[in-house]
Design a protein around this ligand. Structure first.
Ligand SMILES: [Zn+2]
Ligand SMILES: [Zn+2]
Ligand SMILES: [Zn+2]
Length: 417
């Protein structure tokens, strides 16, 4: 992949490795009536946009900020895009926000174009390299990977063109009014913004992270989309540099302020690459499913190379314990499982509250076990789950309600988010 994040110091299990405020953030539109479309907080008494009804806000302040920054343009097109395909606004909206706010700063597309140059093969270059926050962000964004498979690329082009046509027909974004279909190809502003948007959409499809509420009860079983309630998508310039492993060393969650928090799952030695999992871990999902999910790249982690066995925890314990009793070589594994199981059950039945003592106990167990039990180890995977349960709660936001009231739509069609 040619990029990656590396530890500059040693970390113990549970240590915070990175905290980052996303550079781009936006709603997911699977649950646009539950979360504020500006700040992604729960909109307990949501205030809808009077015009589009597809964006609600947690406060008048968020509503006003959204309108000033971008919603005066996207308000007219989001309903059409949702009607076309609900995945389109998920892929387009956050990128469009960025372009709308850039154009707002430079007043006209001409002025914006004078700062940025886009060549025929979608490559955007900075002409004027003055240091300005948004131009700096733009510069960094353009350096991110945007390689998408051919089929997905075609879909992204179609979605981008649909959004552009809606912008030209239903908003005041382009100065030329009443553009007809034949005019689009000749209009420099249309081609410039289209090229810019497509590039961002491609970058986004590779680099965005999904922010979702995962329900604890089912979070460790096979993937069930109903376990997750999508809140939004975001991209952090540092966070996006993390590479994937099905047996990762770090895990990401989001705070109430929607900041990334990455914490260590196991001890990490200085100089080691920090690896996050983009999808399910090796013990939760069979290799064939993981490969399908990771269709954009080939995973070279040890779990994939050696096809480590699937441990569906906690159902596995009863099945495996008898087997583990027999061969002596498994005695360490068995001893660890027996030691861990009572604590795990208490944690998962919410008998323990998360306090310093519990954190020290579980992280201490993890820090010791890695030297004794190499992966694939059931005991290590059990500790992995316990750490996730504790630290997601400790560092991340807590889902505000358990009942699912979101609409179930097919948001996995493109397989990009
Ligand atoms: Zn808000
Ligand atoms: Zn609106
Ligand atoms: Zn893998």
């Amino acid at each position: 992949m040619g990029r990656g994040l590396f530890a500059k110091t040693n970390f113990k299990a549970g240590d915070i490795v990175l905290v980052e405020k996303p550079s781009l953030i936006g709603p997911h539109f699977a649950n646009q009536f539950i979360f504020c479309s500006y700040c992604l907080a729960v909109a307990w008494t949501g205030i809808p946009c009077e015009t589009c009804h597809d964006n609600i806000f947690c406060s008048l302040k968020c509503k006003k900020m959204a309108w000033q920054e971008y919603h005066h343009i996207d308000c007219s097109i989001t309903p059409y895009l949702i009607l076309c395909d609900p995945i389109i606004p998920v892929l387009i909206h956050t990128n469009l926000k960025f372009i709308i706010s850039l154009k707002k700063d430079y007043k006209t597309i001409d002025e914006l174009r004078s700062k940025l140059k886009i060549s025929k093969n979608d490559q955007v270059e900075i002409v004027n390299d003055r240091s300005e926050p948004k131009i700096d962000l733009f510069n960094k964004l353009m350096g991110l990977c945007c390689d998408v498979p051919v089929q997905q690329n075609l879909l992204l082009i179609v979605f981008t063109v649909k959004a552009l046509i809606c912008m030209a027909k239903y908003t005041s974004f382009f100065s030329e009014k009443d553009m007809q279909y034949n005019d689009f190809i000749k209009n420099e502003d249309f081609l410039f913004i289209g090229s810019f948007l497509l590039r961002l959409v491609k970058i986004g499809s590779v680099n965005y992270h999904t922010i979702s509420d995962t329900f604890e009860g089912n979070s460790f079983k096979h993937h069930d989309p109903s376990d997750e309630r999508f809140r939004g998508i975001c991209m952090g310039l540092i966070s996006t540099m993390t590479n994937h492993s099905c047996t990762p060393s770090i895990r990401r969650c989001f705070t109430d302020e929607m900041k990334y928090v990455f914490y260590a799952m196991e001890p990490i030695a200085s100089g080691t690459q920090l690896l996050d999992s983009y999808n399910k871990y090796f013990f939760e999902s069979p290799l064939i499913h993981r490969r399908k999910k990771n269709s954009n790249f080939v995973c070279h982690c040890m779990a994939c190379k050696k096809d480590w066995p699937l441990f569906i925890l906690p159902e596995l314990n009863d099945v495996f314990l008898d087997d583990l009793m027999k061969p002596k070589k498994y005695s360490k594994e068995l001893f660890s499982i027996m030691e861990i199981t009572p604590l795990k059950e208490k944690i998962f039945n919410d008998i323990y509250s998360i306090d310093k003592k519990l954190i020290q106990t579980v992280t201490g167990m993890m820090n010791e076990i890695v030297d004794v039990l190499p992966q694939p180890s059931i005991a290590r995977c059990m500790l992995f789950q316990m750490l996730i349960k504790i630290f997601d709660k400790f560092y991340g936001f807590i889902p505000p309600f358990e009942n699912l009231c979101s609409s179930k739509k097919n948001f996995h069609r493109t397989g990009v988010l």
